[in-house]
Design a protein around this ligand. Structure first.
Ligand code: ADP
Length: 362
């Protein structure tokens, strides 16, 4: 549709009064990328998004769009479109007028406005609802109008602030597919803010995980899940078991480590192993095989013994909580029709796949 642009943040820092909200933010968002800012409430995601839009001013650092420093460019000259969490539609205007508004402000010819509004409405599948007022639309339709209004002005960068949070659970899943399809079709560089890791994982090409105004890690959804850089990311992106341990020796093939829960173990070497020292040994609940306590133990797994303290049936799988010494371990077991679960108080053998273990520096 148009030239795709790169968005870059260099060493950005921002405070509200004495409170530092963004610290040394460095980001390169590739042209046409669908990029998520993910983090808990208060981590600085919206502040960063508003900074890109031009509503906030950083104390230091640079912001580049398409290679051009726009740090001092006012919002209306940045060619950036933002969809707000509450949609911010004009209630007294029709859908058509809402979309036309920004185009008329740009003093476009009446016929051009007509064509652009019609095209935007068509794009979001609301071709025949132009005469309605926002109050006569469902939440999902209002969301589409807000998108159409932003897309109509053909911004170089699309910014979405928690775009799906006002929709109910089912519609949210439908709209995230739609958003993704629309973004692919337009190819416009898109940055969206969410606190919902599933939403970020299912829609974004890449994610920046934020906490306390700091980017903790940037990666693809699978990259973050498989190789979290620190404990925060490991816990925020999916569920993980973390057990304290100490790496004693790393050779070309093996890692030898000591852990109060796992004992002394030697594992085949994995990528991203810290050299030595205290670590958290991380493994996901699905990397575990549970067996009855007196079953034979193979050599493929690292084995532990524990006692089931509870379980939740989640349809496709059963999530167990298992007491091992002083630790609780979460284990997911696939469910098949007719399976009976391990009951609370049952002793079990816990087999962990060594290839799924990660070592995270403390
Ligand atoms: P998120 O979008 O991740 O929930 P925000 O960017 O909204 O986080 O906020 C980050 C931090 O900045 C929070 O601690 C918040 O209280 C603070 N903050 C946000 N806006 C303002 C403001 N206008 N004045 C003072 N502090 C603010």
């Amino acid at each position: 549709m148009q030239n795709k642009v790169k968005v870059e943040a260099r060493n950005i820092a921002m405070s509200y009064g004495k409170t530092q909200v963004l610290r040394d933010i460095n980001l390169v968002i590739e042209p046409g990328e669908f990029f998520a800012l993910l983090g808990p409430s208060g981590s600085g995601k919206s502040t960063l998004l508003r900074l890109i839009a031009g509503f906030n001013q950083a104390q230091s650092g640079q912001l580049l769009i398409g290679g051009e420093d726009i740090s001092r460019v006012p919002p209306w000259q940045r060619n950036v479109g933002m969809v707000f969490q509450n949609y911010a539609l004009w209630p007294h205007m029709t859908v058509w007028q809402n979309i036309a508004f920004g185009l008329e402000e740009r003093k476009l010819a009446r016929e051009t406005v007509r064509q652009k509004v019609a095209a935007a409405l068509e794009l979001v599948g609301l071709g025949d609802l132009g005469a309605r007022r926002p109050s006569q639309l469902s939440g999902g339709q209002q969301q589409r109008v807000a998108l159409a209004r932003t897309i109509a002005i053909e911004p170089k960068v699309l910014l979405l602030d928690e775009p799906l949070s006002n929709l109910d659970a089912k519609l949210r899943i439908h709209m995230r597919d739609e958003l993704r399809t629309l973004q692919r079709k337009l190819g416009i560089t898109t940055i969206f803010v969410t606190h919902d890791q599933e939403e970020a994982m299912t829609t974004a090409d890449r994610i920046a995980v934020m906490d306390q105004g700091i980017i903790q890690q940037i990666g693809t959804p699978m990259g973050l899940f498989d190789n979290p850089a620190n404990q925060f990311v490991a816990n925020f992106v999916g569920t993980i078991n973390l057990l304290p341990g100490t790496i004693r020796e790393v050779s070309r093939e093996m890692v030898s480590l000591m852990s109060p829960t796992l004992g002394d173990i030697r594992l085949p070497r994995l990528p991203h192993v810290p050299k030595a020292g205290d670590v958290e040994i991380g493994f996901r609940p699905h990397a575990i095989t549970l067996c009855v306590a007196d079953s034979a133990r193979d050599h493929e797994h690292v084995w532990l013994q524990g006692t089931v303290s509870g379980y939740e049936f989640l349809g496709e799988f059963v999530r167990y909580r298992i007491r091992v010494g002083e630790s609780d371990i979460i284990a997911d077991q696939p469910h098949h029709a007719g399976n009976t679960p391990f009951m609370p108080s049952s002793p079990v053998n816990i087999g962990i796949q060594p290839g799924e273990m990660r070592f995270i520096s403390r």
